[in-house]
Design a protein around this ligand. Sequence first.
Ligand code: PAN
Ligand code: ZN
Length: 209
Amino acid sequence: MPPFHTPPISPMAIAFDAENLTLSPAGPTLTRRMSDLEGLFLDTDAWAAAVHGDDPVVYTVTSSPVPEIDRELPQSITTIMPGHTSGELWMTKGHQHPDHQGEIYLALKGRGGLLMFDGERTEWLDMLPGTIGYIPPGWAHRSVNTGDEPYAFLAVYPGGAGHDYGWVLEHGMGSRAYRATDGVDLRPYSAPDPASDTASAPAATPFAD
Ligand code: PAN
Ligand code: ZN
């Protein structure tokens, strides 16, 4: 066996259903609720009101069985629900790969955006079905649903890259994406407001409501 072969993964076919957003055979699925996005939305009161309400699912990540280990190339489909928290569009947590390596996203359904930040520069890519968004090494990345339907994309990334979520909490993402009549309103990043009384805060609003 060549030294670069990592048992027990063997060559495999993975059925990719871009309509039903499934990978088969499937690996683990992650569900991220509003409560998992602490410290990320600017309006902390609105975030807390949503958490204390029905704590909605903001996104899911379903994976193939390829593991997140060095030299492997895992894939996953992320689906972000439409909605906003005080105007700030629903989004993934965002992360930096501690072992800086590139990644690709292929947009599948809905409309979204890929926000990237390297600590100094911010980039935004509009993501429509068929768009490949390329994330170069060293750019933290976050996905945003800019439409009124679920936004889904396939991600393919190096299994040994790791996921550092603390980096985004510490450094931010350079911009925040707000709902706009036509697309998205990108505003300069600012740290979340300190929490106050949540009783009168507006709850997060799925567009479907
Ligand atoms: C993606 C992301 C996925 C969820 O597979 O992990 O969209 O976003 P968060 O990890 O920021 O919650 C990816 O970029 N993997 O490296
Ligand atoms: Zn990534």
